[in-house]
Design a protein around this ligand. Sequence first.
Ligand code: HAM
Length: 426
Amino acid sequence: MHFQVPKGTFDVLPYGAEEKWRLSSLWIRVETLLREVASDYGYQEIRTPIYEQAELFDRGVGETSDIVSKEMFTFLDKGGRQLALRPEGTSSVMRAFMEHGLAQKGGLHRFFYLGPMFRYERPQSGRYRQHTQFGVEVIGGKGAELDAEVIDLLFQVYQRLGLKNLTVHLNSVGDPPSRASYREALLGYLRPYFQDLSSDSQVRFEKNPLRILDSKDPKDKEILQGAPSLSAHLTTEAKEHFEQVQERLASIGIPFVVNDKIVRGLDYYNKTVFEVLSTDLKAQNTMGAGGRYDGLLKQLGGADLPSVGFATGLERVLQALVQLYPEVSPEKGPVAYFIPMGDEALGKCFTLATLCRREGISAGIELQAKKLQAALQNGSKERARFFILIGSEEIEKRTVQVKHAETREQEEIAEEKLFHYLRGYR
Ligand code: HAM
């Protein structure tokens, strides 16, 4: 039997990863930075289970969306409950918000999350069946400032990471009256082409014609080229909101382009939608995406609170980073690497290495090599900054030899001074 990771998934490893973006040290660095930015903007972490009642996503993301109709990992538990591995985080955050009565606090609620999502998609570069999202959701505010705030937060994440070649594509999918008016216009335009539409789009024609705009079918795409534009059907309120979002973004220096082809694959959006596209990604060029979803909470049975948010896929972020910076520096090694010279020094090295670790000074210890040269090589491989050499002579004098890994300079210091010496390099 030959075991391997399930199709569309991958391992993140400390070393030995075939591709650099799957090194755990890089993931940790990115995750730490994401938490820092979230905290700078006043967002607090929320963690929800990786599975929910499947119906939450049917109602939230929408039954006719690809995500729900084709890509959801659903299963029955032993109690006969229909569950789904979460394909996205927004619906789960809404569920938790309602379940715990968080609306009672009043005001604005700013959340972020970081974790795996599951979609049964055809795997390719940048597209996985298990992927990791960092997302934020602001609940309770309808001002255009919040749309601009979350876009700025996303952009700030990318900037602090050093990502380049990104463009924010912005659009408005209108409010419900805008979409009702547009729906009629779109149906009128598509009716003569009905027989030529893909079978998926024919189903959507009845159930949810706006979804047809998201079709990947080449024939559908051709037909859609002449379709009426949603922007001509925006109500005054939706139009004003969209203009304000653009003004706010311009005022804080976020570069964006208005792109009326952005419709998003989830049904809950209204008014602002956006995608950040990168030219450093191969097949899948959407680095992050989101928008406003004012009606979702109410639709799921909660309060009528307007909301806005986004999510970005960490795999794509890491892939773009290693594409831009192929030389990304590897993780720092231990501060001290203890090398016993002779069997009698092993006990001393073990005690001192343990005391170092307890003091918060990272320490490794040579347990295999019999020769000094081989031990130094092992320590170098681990990227240690100091080698601490101890033999019978040092034990007797209660000293240690400290060898600087880079300069190879060596000095003898009293054992009791070692922690003080190393502490500065933690
Ligand atoms: P989404 O556009 O479906 O939005 O996904 C957000 C991001 O997750 C994408 O831009 C992409 O970076 C990443 N992503 C999605 N699917 C995959 C996949 N199969 N493999 C790798 N990466 C992937 C949402 O999920 C919304 N919940 C975002 C949101 C939050 N809107 C408002 N609040």
